[in-house]
Design a protein around this ligand. Structure first.
Ligand code: ATP
Ligand code: MG
Length: 347
């Protein structure tokens, strides 16, 4: 059995730096290390429609935006297969079979589902499709026999739920499906990057993002207006670096070499943090440094994105080809699934 990656994003908006550190950067690294036999990256439009049913144009528009973000961030279509979820009807079929293996109370206990229901004010009116999206996600992962799923920390309960479905399926119908493993970012700050507003998660739905496609001036403005330690009022005051989004972003993006270039009075992030904790270091100076770091990281991504924006027909060709490859793969799994479930009547 080979090593296979499946991961993806909901096309609900352009990708932000939380996606980048939480999943995208890792995917590009894994792709370029070459240790995997197949890599699939999915634009999860079916999942996006579960809470955007009345907004089809938004999902359609963001298919191309997210695809551009992928290519800009270094996803290479020669090594990674990018495809669109709705183009693979086998995924829907698999979801229906899995629904019989999961109880309503089990989905209700899924902590990510709980948080997302609250975030969307769905408490009294959850669309059924939204409620079962963890099951549909298990279908996505298993249809490609994925062994590894590189995602952010919020996806951990989804992968656990998927593993349970696999075990139950294999127990009832015989060894058919593969249990996937999660790959989380190694850097703690990247597990769940907070928003500019200090909220627990940078999220398209919360409007607290720096996007991969933001122009330099927007990035600067966003960083200069970021939340820091609310008790760090005067420069002399000692400040906190732990729950301070400015320092968390530095944890996620800073390299020692940036100090030589932009802030040579410090050798590394530890020295900068120590000064902030002691007092005597102002927020503006730290934010200016963070701005330089972010500009350095985002400039090549933005430039590559602009190049791909001129070649949209080619991007659609990449997606179309990706869908064909993905569909063939999912059809093979569905063949095995139907056989295992004894619903392959005419074979
Ligand atoms: P939505 O608000 O529509 O749910 P989102 O911003 O949460 O959008 P998703 O498409 O749900 O983005 O998530 C895609 C991937 O990015 C997942 O692997 C998720 O774990 C990761 N991710 C999203 N936001 C962050 C973040 N702030 N920090 C780290 N990883 C993140
Ligand atoms: Mg999400």
């Amino acid at each position: 059995m080979g090593k296979i990656i499946l991961t993806g994003d909901r096309p609900t908006g352009k990708l932000h730096i939380g996606h980048y550190v939480g999943s995208l950067r890792e995917r590009v690294a894994l792709q370029n290390q070459g240790g995997f036999d197949k890599i699939f990256v999915m634009l999860a439009d079916v999942q996006a429609l579960t809470d955007n049913a009345e907004n089809p144009q938004k999902i359609r528009d963001n298919i191309i935006e997210v695809a551009l973000d992928y290519l800009a961030a270094g996803i290479d279509p020669a090594k990674t297969n990018i495809f669109i979820q709705s183009m693979i009807p086998e995924l829907t079929e698999l979801t229906v079979y899995y629904m019989n293996l999961v109880t309503v109370s089990r989905v209700q206990r899924n902590p990510t589902v709980k948080t997302e229901i609250k975030m969307r004010n769905f408490e009294k009116n959850i669309p059924v499709g939204f409620f079962v999206y963890p099951i549909s996600q298990a279908a996505d992962i298993t249809a490609f026999r994925a062994t590894h799923v590189p995602v952010g920390e919020d996806q951990e309960p989804m992968i656990e739920q998927c593993r349970e479905i696999v075990r139950r399926f294999n127990m009832i119908y015989g060894e058919t499906l593969v249990e996937p493993e999660i790959i989380l970012p190694k850097n703690h700050a990247c597990l769940r990057l907070p928003g500019l507003d200090g909220k627990a998660k940078m999220s398209k739905s919360l409007g607290n993002c720096i996007f991969l496609s933001d122009e330099p001036e927007d990035i600067r403005k966003k960083i200069m207006s970021m939340y820091t330690d609310q008790n760090h009022l005067r420069v002399e005051d000692p400040g906190e670096t732990e729950n301070n989004p400015v320092f968390i972003y530095l944890d996620a993006f800073c390299k020692d070499e940036y100090f030589k270039e932009f802030l040579p009075e410090y050798n590394n992030l530890e020295e900068l943090k120590a000064h902030y904790r002691r007092g005597g270091l102002g927020d503006v100076k730290v934010k200016k440094f963070l701005n330089n770091v972010m500009q350095t990281v985002l400039q090549p991504i933005r430039e590559r994105r602009k190049e791909w924006e001129q070649r949209k027909p080619e991007v659609y060709d990449i997606l179309k080809h990706g869908c064909e490859v993905a569909r063939a793969e999912a059809q093979k799994t569905l063949h095995d699934v139907r056989k295992a479930m004894k619903i392959n009547y005419f074979e």
